[in-house]
Write a protein that binds this ligand. Structure first.
Ligand code: NAG
Ligand code: NAG
Length: 364
């Protein structure tokens, strides 16, 4: 009796041990070696870990952006209310965040409304290429499209939904092709007579910031210090967008200085040609001023009009744009004045003075 009990106990323990050591294998299957099983298990877990959130996220985007249940979808060629352009480090991140905080569906850099929440508008430095003169030079397309430059704010997926490229890959020949098509169709599309941009906006504004302060922020962002080389990515974009300029290889201050100058000169030319509807100083306006200039008071999408009326009804409603972001990066570490520019490049100094005056800044 005692024996039988012991045997049963031992058998149970052994069974439990077996169960722990190896999960039951279906009879028809040939048991795989333990190592392979582990790999298979890990792979399944990994796939689920990636695939499930991806599917959930895709479903979330579809419900919000494409189903039409919550808000009508906006196709690639359909008009949105507002595009704001302004150089990198002019505070565009803060502007899009401020508009989004008010409740407008505004994104930073992206304008594909099927994958990004940007049905009211986009704030972007790179969308400024629609105001560059002429057509995209082949060398420029090659430079920009050779690799992913997403950390610079540009990826073809930000501009339109790709039907052929894989969204699980950052870059490949397919994205490079897509990139070329987008650069060619966007470059100059808003300023060249007889052309139209694929993605129209009811209003376009230019965000200005004091040119020297913008340069200081760029130095902090793209150069290790004032004498170190500038980041390859900024040098690449500068050379691609203004190929006629004799770029000083990779020295920090000349590249940063000319990038800001050439960018704003091109945008101010578009303001003069009335292709950009207005220009404001980031330091001097509130987010509701931007919304008003951006025409949200008479937006085509009624809920956007209503939102504007509700949140920006009182004069000076909404916080100042620069409140949250002033010198967020620089913290006074880098200081650039006119002497610095004159010392490296007299022509640059002259152009910055003229540009500052045109944008309404006291330079120096
Ligand atoms: C600037 O950076 C370069 C290279 O990164 C370094 O050699 C140099 O010492 C730095 N200069 C200063 C003033 O920190
Ligand atoms: C500008 O010049 C001042 C004084 O010569 C110097 O201290 C500063 O580092 C310079 N700034 C840059 C960005 O080169």
């Amino acid at each position: 009796m005692g024996d039988a009990k012991q045997r049963r106990g031992a058998a149970r323990k052994a069974k439990a041990r077996d169960a722990q050591a190896a999960p039951p294998v279906r009879q028809a299957q040939v048991p795989a070696p333990a190592g392979l099983r582990k790999v298979a298990r890990d792979l399944t877990a990994l796939t689920l870990l990636i695939a499930v959130p991806y599917a959930v996220y895709s479903a979330y985007l579809w419900v919000h952006l494409e189903s039409g249940w919550l808000r009508p979808p906006v196709g690639h060629g359909e008009s949105r209310q507002l595009l704001i352009v302004g150089s990198q480090s002019s505070g565009t991140v803060q502007t899009s965040a401020s508009l989004a905080t008010l409740g407008f569906e505004v994104a930073h850099e992206a304008s594909d409304a099927s994958t990004t929440f940007c049905r009211d508008g986009t704030v972007s430095w790179f969308h400024g290429i629609r105001f560059l003169p002429g057509i995209a030079p082949d060398e420029s397309v090659e430079l920009i499209c050779a690799r992913s430059l997403r950390n610079m704010g540009f990826h073809p997926a930000g501009f339109r939904r790709s039907t052929s490229c894989s969204y699980r890959r950052t870059w490949d020949a397919c994205w490079a092709r897509e990139c070329g098509e987008i650069i060619r169709s966007e470059w100059g599309c808003a300023i060249t007579e007889g052309r139209a941009c694929d993605t129209p906006f009811a209003k376009t504004l230019l965000q200005a910031r004091h040119p020297l302060r913008t340069m200081e922020s760029l130095v902090v962002k793209f150069c290790r210090n004032e004498t170190a080389p500038v980041s390859h990515a900024l040098a690449l974009f500068a050379a691609a967008l203004w190929p006629a300029h004799a770029w000083a290889a990779d020295s920090c201050l000349p590249v940063v200085g000319w990038y800001v100058t050439l960018y704003y000169e091109a945008m101010m030319a578009a303001v003069d040609a009335r292709k950009i509807d207005g220009v404001y100083k980031a330091e001097a306006v509130g987010v509701c001023d931007v919304a008003r200039m951006g025409g949200f008071g008479s937006a085509a999408y009624p809920p956007a009009r209503q939102l504007y009326a509700e949140v920006c009804a009182s004069p000076g409603g909404g916080q100042g744009l620069a409140d949250g972001a002033r010198n967020a990066r620089n913290h006074g570490r880098v200081r650039i004045d006119m002497e610095n520019l004159t010392a490296i490049d007299r022509e640059l100094a002259t152009r910055v003075l003229a540009l500052g005056a045109r944008m309404g800044y006291d330079v120096p």
